[in-house]
Write a protein that binds this ligand. Sequence first.
Ligand code: SF4
Ligand code: SF4
Length: 361
Amino acid sequence: MATHHCTLRQLTFLKSKVEQQCCLDSEEALAKGSWVKLICGASNEDLPAISDLCALYATAGVHCIDVAADAAVVYAARKGLDWCEEFQGSRPWLMISLSDGKDEHFRKAWFDHNLCPPDCPKPCQKSCPASAITNRKGINTKRCYGCGRCLPSCPLGLIQAQDKHLELEEIAPLIAELQPDAVEIHTAPGRKKEFQKTIKEIISSNVQLKRVAVSCGLEGHQISPTELAQELWERFSYLRKHELRPLWQLDGRRMSGDLGIGTAKVAVNLWQKILAVAPPGPLQLAGGTNAQTIQLLPNENGPAGIAFGGIARKLIEPWLLKAEANERNLRDWPEGWQPALQEAKQLINPWLLKNSRPKVC
Ligand code: SF4
Ligand code: SF4
């Protein structure tokens, strides 16, 4: 296979181009189709890892970081973003994720480890992409982000999912306390009223939000892309009535682990199906997105951006685990930080370098 070697001049040019794109503010990036968001996980409460993930991907140049709506998580995320700002003078938006009903993103797995037979080969551990199942204490609930892969893995059926989404009355005080730049609402077809009630709570927090992201997909629902678009139009009318600016997060394959070309195709297919009938506002891909997604998209008139979740966390996990084993932060450990940062940049740079305008619906 032929190997392509860049000259020093080409590398310097690419580096300066990436630095220019990193400096684009979030709205510019959405308009240019080069917006990148890191999803830390709506149920991820692994605080040291969250600080490091935020510091790392903010340094790499993402425009937004999406975390759980939890005071301790937001504090940990801000610690990482403050560190980045001190280092490079800018910081991405901080978005918090809510749900207007039951949603797989807002759950935790649980089992009573006292019931496990001592000779069990622990298939549950192998199934967990977040290394959240420990040898002796069952599930580390702070690390579990609710993907559900472990649920069918136990031959005794010991593992259950526990719903963790916020009650309506908890939303306004929490947003007022956390003061995020943006909020994301995970919604589903048929939940128009619940969505509107959630928006009312957000408004009553009196926090000026730069965008309200609306995350929705087709998977698990017996509806057509046109019917999904109709659901989004209803939400658009309500957001516009309250002068809130939407950002449509098209959730291709939820909680997929985002590992292969198959999941990448699901996310791109959803965007293609909805593009012509979607309401106004930027369309951003999520759910199944990975390094291969960009190859499936046209050079011109692509989506406004992308969110990376499972894949972004998985790439960095070996360094996070080593840093944890050495009882230090990744950001204070240059030997781990540098290769981890390279991995993060390799994932997001192709997006930061995109300069085709997204198709305006
Ligand atoms: S497999 Fe998924 S749901 Fe189960 S413990 Fe790991 S992160 Fe949690
Ligand atoms: S597979 Fe089931 S029985 Fe075995 S360790 Fe995991 S939870 Fe326990």
